[in-house]
Design a protein around this ligand. Structure first.
Ligand SMILES: [Ca+2]
Ligand SMILES: [Ca+2]
Ligand SMILES: [Ca+2]
Ligand SMILES: [Ca+2]
Ligand SMILES: [Zn+2]
Length: 607
C-alpha cells in the first residue's frame, strides 16, 4: 500500500524537517553485516536460472539473479547501473532486447520496476519473475517469443536499494524501512533519526509492546488468547498497547519518535510535487532522492518507453492516475486504453481490483506514475501486490470475515483469528510471535509479540510463485498491447501529366495508440511523422484522408511532404498525397513509442 507510517505522517504534517541541527549519523545504516541466516523466507543456495520463487531475494541476491540471467542469455540482455543510492548501493536495470529484430530504441519500450518502498520486497520478485518468464520461454513459447521480438524491456527490480538491504538485514515491522535514506528530523528537536525502534528481544523483528493495565482500552479476546479486542462501554480494560518495540533513546519522553527518513521515493517526483506540509515524505524538493533522479534520467534517455508498471504492496490493486482530484478527468480516449489493461489485469490476478488512485484510494502528490504518464507519455500502472485476506482458514460453507472497521486498529478480530489459524496450521507458526514478558527501561514489565516483519504485506514463500507469475503475466498482457503499426500504400492513381494520387494507411492492431492521447493534447512531445521523399518527385499536396469515398482530404498548407500524426489503438489513419514526377517514392514513418517503418514504391497506376 502507498500508505505511509502513521507516526511519520503525523510528525511530517506538523512541519517541515529542519536542517539547522547537527546531523546525527545513523550508525545502524552504514554498518556492514553478514547475510541473514537461512530462514523460511530466504535461501543461502547459489542462485540459478531458471530463477526460483519459493524464497525472497536479498539485495545482493537480486544482483546475483540478474548476473545469472545475463550469463544465460548474454545476447538478449544488458545490465546497466542506473545510479547509486544515498548509501552508495548500485541501482540495476536489465534491458531485454533481441538485437536481430532491431535496436531497443526503435521498439515500444515496456518499463517495469518495484520496491520503491524499501519494505515492499515482493515487488522485486515480480520484476525478476517477469525477466525469468520472458527469457526462459523465448523460443519455446510462441506468444512469449513474439513479445520479446517486438518490444524492448527495461526492468529495475529494486528502486530503493538501501531500503531492501536494510529490510532484510535490520529488524523491522512489515511496514517499516520504506524510506529513502535521507535523515530527516521528524520531531523537530534538531537531531535527525535519533530515536527509531529497537529489537528489544533480539528475534529480528520489531513487534508490538503491550502492558497490563486495568484502565487499558483492550482486553484479551475471549476466543483467541493471543489477540486483544477493544473493550465495550462498561467493560473493564486489561491491556494498553504501547506501540512498536523500542525505547526512548534521547530521553525526550517519547518512544520511536524519529526513525530513519522519512523521504518517500514515491512522493519525490517533479510532476505535481507538493512540500511536506501538504504531502508527507515528499522531501525538501523534487528529486532530492539520488536514485529517483538517476531513474528519471535513465527513462528520459529511453523515450520509446510506452508503458510503465511500478510494483508495491499491498491490497491487490492495479491503480491508474490521476493521483489528485485537482488534475481533473483523464483524457477519455486514454481511459479506454487503461480500461483494456486494467480490466484484463483484474482477471489475470484474481482478487485484484482496477482502481483510480485519488478517487478509490487517496490523493498523493509527486507520484512516480503521474510523472511517467504526464511527462513521458507512458501508460502507467501501480500494482499493489498481495491480498492479506488470502491467508484463509475456512470451510467451504463458512463466510469470509468482514473488513476491519476504522477503529479496529488491531484488525478485524474475526479476520485476525483466521490469520492466526492460517499461521498455526498452514505455515506452522512462521508469521507470528507469541507474547513474551520483557523488562522495559521506561515502561517496566511489558510483553512483546505479534506479527513478524515477513508477514502481513508479504505472501509466505509458498504463495510467492503464484503472485509473481500472475502479476508478471499482467505485464506481459500490457506488452502484447503496445502499438503494432503497419504501413500500406493501398491506392495509387494516375491523374495524367506525371501526377499521381497516392494513399497511405497506417494501421495499429493493438490497444495502445502510437502516442498517448494526453501527450497529443498537451503537446508533451512532437507527434509521429510520415515523410515522403524520392529522387525525382515532388509532393504537390498531402494530408489526412477524412473520407476515402467522398475524396475528402485535409490538405496541409505547408510542407505537405511531412505529415504529423498519431495512430490510434485498434484503428488506422490514412493520408492522401498528390505526387508529381517519376521513379521511386519512399514513405518513412517515425514514432517515439511505436518504432520506425519505411516503404518504397514505384510511381505507377495501381488497379
Ligand atoms: Ca529528531
Ligand atoms: Ca527521521
Ligand atoms: Ca523483536
Ligand atoms: Ca525519544
Ligand atoms: Zn508502496
Amino acid at each position: 500500500m502507498k500508505k505511509i507510517l502513521m507516526l511519520a505522517a503525523i510528525l511530517a504534517v506538523a512541519g517541515t524537517a529542519s536542517h539547522r541541527g547537527l546531523a546525527q549519523s545513523p550508525t545502524r545504516a552504514n554498518e556492514r553485516r553478514p547475510a541473514p541466516a537461512a530462514s523460511p523466507f530466504t535461501t543461502s543456495e547459489k542462485i540459478l536460472v531458471p530463477l526460483r520463487f519459493d524464497h525472497y531475494y536479498t539485495y545482493e541476491q537480486v544482483g546475483e539473479a540478474l548476473r545469472a540471467l545475463h550469463d544465460a542469455y548474454p545476447e538478449f540482455t544488458t545490465i546497466d547501473v542506473v545510479g547509486r543510492s544515498e548509501e552508495g548501493r548500485e541501482i540495476w536495470a536489465m534491458t531485454v532486447n533481441n538485437p536481430k529484430t532491431g535496436a531497443a530504441a526503435n521498439k515500444p519500450g515496456v518499463y517495469v520496476d518495484g520496491n520503491i518502498h524499501g519494505n515492499e520486497i515482493q515487488a522485486g520478485e515480480v520484476c525478476l519473475a517477469f525477466l525469468n518468464g520472458v527469457l526462459t520461454r523465448y523460443g519455446s513459447n510462441e506468444h512469449v517469443t513474439r513479445l520479446v521480438d517486438r518490444n524492448a524491456y527495461y526492468v529495475i527490480p529494486v528502486v530503493n536499494v538501501d531500503g531492501r538491504y536494510h529490510f532484510f538485514h535490520d529488524p523491522n515491522t512489515p511496514s517499516s524501512g520504506r524510506s529513502i535514506r535521507i535523515p530527516k528530523d521528524d520531531d523537530r528537536d534538531g537531531l535527525r533519526d535519533e530515536d527509531g525502534p529497537e529489537d528489544l528481544d533480539g528475534d529480528g523483528n520489531i513487534c508490538t509492546m503491550r502492558k497490563k493495565d486495568p484502565f487499558g482500552r483492550y482486553k484479551t479476546d475471549p476466543e483467541e488468547p493471543r489477540l486483544m479486542v477493544p473493550i465495550k462501554p462498561g467493560e473493564k480494560g486489561e491491556w494498553t498497547i504501547l506501540g512498536e518495540e523500542g525505547i526512548d533513546n534521547d530521553g525526550d519522553g517519547r518512544v520511536n519518535e524519529d526513525p530513519e527518513g522519512y523521504v518517500d521515493g514515491n512522493r519525490n517526483w517533479p510532476y505535481n510535487w507538493a512540500p511536506p506540509y501538504v504531502q508527507a515524505g515528499s522531501g525538501d524538493y523534487p528529486f532530492e532522492a539520488a536514485g529517483m533522479r538517476a531513474i528519471a534520467k535513465y527513462m528520459l534517455d529511453r523515450p520509446n518507453i510506452a508503458v510503465v508498471y511500478a510494483f508495491h504492496n499491498n491490497g491487490g490493486m492495479y491503480l491508474r492516475g490521476p493521483s489528485t482530484k485537482a488534475e481533473g478527468m483523464m483524457n477519455p480516449a486514454d481511459v479506454a486504453v487503461y480500461d483494456v489493461l486494467g480490466k484484463n489485469a483484474e482477471k489475470i490476478v484474481p482478487g485484484y481490483r482496477y482502481l483510480v488512485s485519488w478517487q478509490d484510494l487517496y490523493p498523493t502528490y509527486g507520484d512516480f506514475t503521474d510523472f511517467t504518464y504526464n511527462l513521458l507519455g507512458a501508460y502507467s500502472f501501480v500494482g499493489e501486490l498481495f491480498v492479506t485476506e488470502t491467508e484463509t482458514y475456512r470451510g467451504v460453507n463458512e463466510k469470509a470475515p468482514e473488513a476491519a472497521g476504522e477503529l479496529e486498529l488491531m484488525g478485524n478480530p474475526q479476520q485476525e483469528r483466521e490469520r492466526l489459524k492460517f499461521n498455526d496450521n498452514v505455515v506452522q507458526g512462521d508469521l507470528y510471535r507469541p507474547w513474551k514478558a520483557f523488562n522495559h527501561p521506561q515502561y517496566g514489565d511489558v510483553e512483546i509479540g505479534g506479527w513478524v516483519k515477513m508477514s502481513s504485506r508479504l505472501p509466505h514463500p509458498f504463495m510467492l510463485n503464484d503472485l509473481a507469475f500472475r502479476n508478471a503475466s499482467a505485464v506481459m498482457f500490457a506488452a502484447s498491447q503496445t502499438p503494432d503499426v503497419t504501413m500500406d500504400v493501398f491506392s495509387m492513381q494516375a491523374m495524367g501529366d506525371a501526377l499521381y494520387k497516392v494513399r497511405v494507411r497506417l494501421a495499429n492492431a493493438n490497444a495502445m495508440p502510437s502516442m498517448a492521447f494526453n501527450a497529443v493534447q498537451k503537446k508533451v512531445f512532437p507527434r509521429d511523422t510520415l515523410k515522403v521523399s524520392g529522387p525525382a518527385i515532388k509532393v504537390v499536396a498531402g494530408g489526412p484522408l477524412i473520407d476515402q469515398y467522398q475524396d475528402r482530404v485535409e490538405y496541409k498548407p505547408y510542407r505537405p511532404e511531412v505529415q504529423m500524426l498519431q495512430v490510434p489503438g485498434s484503428g488506422k489513419v490514412e493520408f492522401q498525397f498528390l505526387i508529381s514526377g517519376k521513379g521511386t517514392v519512399t514513405f518513412d514513418y517515425a514514432s517515439r513509442k511505436a518504432g520506425r517503418l519505411a516503404k518504397t514504391v514505384e510511381l505507377k497506376a495501381l488497379k
